[in-house]
Design a protein around this ligand. Structure first.
Ligand SMILES: CC(C)(COP(=O)(O)OP(=O)(O)OC[C@H]1O[C@@H](n2cnc3c(N)ncnc32)[C@H](O)[C@@H]1OP(=O)(O)O)[C@@H](O)C(=O)NCCC(=O)NCCS
Length: 324
């Protein structure tokens, strides 16, 4: 049976950097409040004519520059995790199949918000293990600034735009381990983006087509759920948490990461984050954090890396990757 090996990684952010001072200019907030409550110092926003597929193309260019030996010929599937596609149809994955000239590739968008990149890795592993596909591009990419409510001071400073991408290939041994997936669907009303229906479970939705969240409820759910799942995921991979070299949770808020570490006793200095420089980039946040860890030389060959994505749904997924 073939196994899944993550062989290359890349990322991209738009040009326009947004500091906390930007929010001070039109909201009752301060840099001090934003940094102390979220850890975020900067994030990047796309221009009005710049979309998720554009960031994905830049992320691929970055992957190819970082790994010049990588050849995209033979990519047979493109998975794109996003809640901010250029448009609902065609999918971002189909746009990329065209833009990247990958004639043999199937194309599918995955819709699982901040858990989406981890879910897409689970899918890529499944397709490779099933023997139906051998070379898969997995993107986590968002333009959250396009669905941000800039009148909501409790959420608008959180979100950023970015794309991350990894190449997952079939080989004998693989390096993508056992996975977890799950959801707490009853938490749907706590984090949503309105669409067609005007209610969830009898609760009226704010129909403003921007992200609406109950920050405190999401915060508590994230800390409790991720802290509960970490040892379960480690055990599924035959490991204890002491044997995990790097923990890469979704970068929703630095305080969530700190709270998870407090709860589990996992050392904060063995976590990788992308929240401080890039904000909450939803499904892009894990590949961004991992890429930074790799290019800064923190992540070494053979390191056991636990990733766990969590967010809107509410949903979560994770796996353990042995680097190299
Ligand atoms: C959004 C979040 C940063 C808010 O932090 P918090 O510590 O929970 O803050 P609260 O909402 O309790 O607000 C505390 C106070 O700060 C105020 N406040 C809120 N936003 C503010 C801002 N941008 N600037 C200044 N003050 C602000 C509130 O009005 C409140 O004031 P009050 O005590 O007088 O009522 C935090 O709840 C969070 O990050 N939650 C998770 C959100 C998330 O990650 N979502 C995506 C999941 S994938």
């Amino acid at each position: 049976m073939a196994n899944a090996r993550l062989t290359a990684i890349g990322m991209a952010v738009p040009q326009k950097q947004i500091t906390n001072a930007y929010f001070e200019s039109f909201l009752e907030t301060t840099d001090e409040w934003i940094v102390s409550r979220t850890g975020i110092k900067t994030r990047y926003h796309t221009e009005s004519d710049e979309f998720t597929s554009d960031l994905c193309v830049k992320a691929i260019q970055n992957l190819q520059a970082t790994y010049p030996e990588v050849n995209l010929n033979g990519v047979d599937m493109i998975l794109v995790s996003t809640v901010t596609p250029d448009q609902p149809m065609p999918s971002v994955a189909c746009r990329l199949q065209y833009k990247l000239s990958l004639p043999q590739a199937g194309a599918l968008d995955v819709y699982a918000a901040c858990a989406g990149f981890s879910y897409a890795i689970v899918l890529a592993k499944g397709l490779i293990s099933a023997g139906t596909h051998r070379k898969i591009l997995v993107f986590g990419a968002e333009t959250l600034s396009k669905i941000t409510d800039f009148t909501d001071r409790t959420s608008c400073m959180l979100f950023g735009d970015a794309a991350g991408v990894v190449l997952v290939e079939a080989d004998e041994t693989g390096n993508v381990g056992e996975c977890i997936t799950g959801a707490s669907g009853e938490g749907g009303p706590d984090l949503y983006l309105s669409g067609f229906t005007t209610e969830i479970d009898g609760q009226p939705l704010k129909m403003n087509h921007t992200i609406v969240q109950n920050g405190r409820k999401v915060f508590k759910w994230a800390v409790t759920k991720v802290a509960e799942q970490m040892p379960i995921l480690a055990a599924k991979n035959g490991l204890t948490m002491d044997e995990i070299d790097w923990f890469v949770p979704h970068s929703a808020n630095l305080r969530i990461i700190e709270a998870i570490c407090n709860e589990t006793g996992f050392p904060l200095d063995k976590t990788l984050e992308s929240i401080v420089d890039f904000g909450n980039t939803s499904s892009a946040s894990i590949p961004l954090a991992l890429y930074q860890g790799v290019v800064k030389g923190k992540v070494k060959k053979g390191d056991k890396i636990m990733i766990i994505g969590f967010g809107g749904g509410l949903a979560y997924a994770g796996t353990v990757i042995t680097w190299g």
